[in-house]
Ligand binder design. Structure first.
Ligand SMILES: NC(=O)c1ccc[n+]([C@@H]2O[C@H](COP(=O)([O-])OP(=O)(O)OC[C@H]3O[C@@H](n4cnc5c(N)ncnc54)[C@H](OP(=O)(O)O)[C@@H]3O)[C@@H](O)[C@H]2O)c1
Length: 236
């Protein structure tokens, strides 16, 4: 049994056994999570995953900032370079401006191959320049997959505010989280991490549907899971 499958089964069992309890943000089987881009999104999600008991390594181009963030969170939080975080993480969260994604892909290289990568990055031409135009034409799911070769991409957290990501666990299950990806096991693992912090993951399709997971589309904003399913059913 490969590493991801073994972990998935253990974590799924834990999730099922706590399903009837009041929301507990404690994961029974901690994962190592590498955060590439410890800004608003990376720090919010990394923070709640630390609370859930995961080991989280934060990274950016400013190690001192990430060390301060990790120190403020305590527990299983630490900081490193992006390459160290990519090597550390069994699951990676990439949360950088889209304009930085080509450099991130080159910097991390083979370290992302075969890893589950949760991709929050949104292409905005005004902010990110030509790469964003290219990503919008290609679709953000396929574009991120091309920029991070070999990564098992799951697009998620693309059109909910970063501040909400840190507090939705207070109302577990009420906010849906559209996700898209082509790798079934990666989707399962990402779904566990998403559910642990209070969102209800809703698979809207493969990486092709990643083009809808960004601000400004019918799926953007906060909705319940059923409404997301209904909207997604009308998209192609
Ligand atoms: N903010 C939101 O509410 C929100 C919601 C959903 C999705 N998103 C999307 O998620 C992504 C992150 O958004 P954010 O708001 O968290 O951005 P942010 O606050 O600007 O944080 C970006 C992080 O990426 C790091 N970074 C930039 N270039 C890098 C590089 N080449 N290598 C490594 N790290 C790098 C930055 O640190 P250094 O500059 O110190 O390296 C910073 O830690 C964006 O694509 C955004 O569109 C944002």
């Amino acid at each position: 049994m490969n590493f991801y499958r073994r972990r998935f089964l253990v974590v799924t069992g834990a999730a099922a056994s706590t399903a009837l309890l009041p929301f507990s943000i404690r994961s029974a089987e901690p994962l190592k999570i590498g955060i590439i881009g410890a800004g608003k999104v990376g720090s919010a999600l990394g923070g709640v995953w630390v609370q859930a008991g995961h080991e989280v390594m934060f990274s950016s181009r400013h190690l001192e900032d990430d060390q301060a963030l990790a120190a403020s969170l305590g527990g299983g939080a630490r900081a490193g370079t992006p390459r160290e975080a990519a090597a550390f993480g069994e699951v990676l969260l990439v949360a950088v401006p889209y304009g930085a994604l080509p450099d991130v892909g080159k910097d991390l290289g083979e370290l992302v191959r075969g890893k589950v990568v949760i991709d929050t990055c949104n292409p905005f031409p005004n902010r990110d320049g030509e790469i964003a135009d290219w990503a919008l034409r290609k679709g953000a799911g396929y574009a991120s997959a091309e920029l991070l070769p070999g990564a098992r991409i799951v697009r998620a957290f693309n059109a909910v505010g970063a501040a909400r990501m840190a507090v939705v666990h207070e109302q577990p299950g009420q906010v849906g989280m559209p996700i898209a990806g082509d790798d079934a096991e990666a989707l399962e693992i990402a779904s566990i991490l998403i559910r642990e912090i209070g969102f209800e993951p809703v698979l809207v399709g493969g990486l092709a549907m990643g083009k809808y997971l960004r601000p400004g589309t019918p799926l953007a904003g906060e909705r319940g899971a059923e409404e997301i399913r209904q909207i997604a059913a009308g998209l192609e």
